[in-house]
Design a protein around this ligand. Sequence first.
Ligand code: BF8
Length: 622
Amino acid sequence: DKILEKSIDPAVHQMLDRADQLGMETVWDRYEKMLPECGFGELGVCCRNCNMGPCRISPFEDEGPQRGICGATADIIVARNLIRMIAGGAAAHSDHGRDLAHTLLLTAEGKSGGYEIRDETKLAALAEEYGIPTADRSKEEIALDLARAVYAEFGKQEGPLQFTRRAPQQRVDQWHKMGIDPRGIDREIVEIMHRTHIGVDNDAVNLILQGLKASIADGWGGSMVATEISDVLFGTPEPVRSEANLGVLKADHVNIVAHGHEPVLSEMILAAAGDPALVARAEAAGAKGINVVGMCCTGNEIIMRHGIPMAGNFMQQELAIITGAVDAMIVDVQCIMPALGDLCECFHTRFISTSPKAKFPGAVHKQFNEEDALSIAREIVGSALDNYANRVPEKVFIPDEKTACMVGFSAEAIIKALGGTLDPLLDAIKSGAIRGIAGVVGCNNPKIRHDEGHVGLVRELIKNDVLVVTTGCNAIACAKVGLMLPEAAEDAGSGLKGVCQALGVPPVLHMGSCVDISRILTVCAAVANALGVDISDLPVAGAAPEWMSEKAVSIGAYVVSSGIFTVLGTVPPVLGSPMVTEVLTQAANDVVGAAFAVETDPVKGAGLMIAHMDEKRKALGI
Ligand code: BF8
């Protein structure tokens, strides 16, 4: 029936049924109310960049305006809108990276309230990359120099960004040749805002090139900073087993959902939840303990470092509240629906916002800062404990759905699983046991049956011997259906199955949160360098089957800019300009050696990726 059409996940079916019974609205209802969505918006041809408008270009050549009031054509408007999306996405990822740099700086200065440097090996490796001396120096001294150096990447006026030097030389040279080698992270984002102001850059190709440049500053800059500094502070992920889906909530425990993105907050919530005094307080309140679970990319951060169970992906955030079993939903930034506030009013759930950058209607704001991190986290956890007494047992409904998973395959962990070198992976690729590697990532979107795009595409890939690496909400979708267990190798083609069984790893490797797509770039660069080729020569491809956020646009742009063919499962708002569409799907090949494709059918999308891999294999002579 209607509910089954909305998702492939039985936990979602049960919760939507529950929501119906209770008369509660979710993202799926609001989506339906929005239909038909604005056609001009879908095509990308509306412009609100100045107050002569708003303008919109008619999609019909013989009817209605073909130019905005300033004279902008559909090509210009579509390109401007697209790169503003990139600016939004790159800003979000990079500001996340900046927060990590800030936390490292405070920690190195001894001013942070509870953080420490956990991974000295990674600290030393990054110091070496930056040319920071390490001999006879304390980890705090090294970290202080590193924090200042990565902090400086944001405000630089001239390039290169240090981590772009991880890319193969051919790639860097090509970026340089095209003028898209980024200077400073913030600078490229600001320049997008400047160029898209009325009357500045009115050349669609020139606009798109700036979009690519800012996106590279995200992938090889802000996101990579976020990943690397998170590892220094919280440890580089290693394979760990856990569970995923709403069934990880526990009826007899205080349930805290950590939702959002930055591990700076969630790590401290975890630390506080482990405090024996608070656990005793939970027990005194009648609970069996404190159960912290994750949601969205914060969930990815804590599952891969601590095995903390994952309650669900983007489309499940409201459903977690509707279980009636969540005592506190603690959020920081990004992908947090403002709808949560109203929903929490219907239950006892305390919706606690923590970032000065992200306040929500209906939320209690408990401002977090790194200097007093642990003590604030204790207060927040305490507030969740106090709320346990307000839980209404008759309102509790937790679907009995959760699946085991193995997560935490950082680049370092992959190399370790391979026995210390990339060679076994290269050999498996050369022999054809592994046909190629696919990075499948990104959000959920009510335009697509929840998780069907993700799971359908990934299953088709592994069946065809394509090793999948995943992050973000795709990773969570894969975990929920058991694709992240070594046993899932049974569903893979015989070549991939053999490799997975020999190594004891799943055919779908969890590489982390969305900023951790930088880990995928690092692995691709290492493979390309090992083979002496460019990334665009490798049998690799990317996909975002259910993407929706501006961050995903920036990701797609930097993945393509890195030379990786990328399939989008939802249509980006560019079709109003056949010229921009052509640039993204064809001409980009001449600029960066890769392009986008749009395919809403996940099996067909996988087919495009596999065909691309086969082509690259042929060119490499393997
Ligand atoms: O940070 S949580 S909905 S935006 S994929 Fe998409 Fe999911 Fe958001 Fe990426 Ni991650």
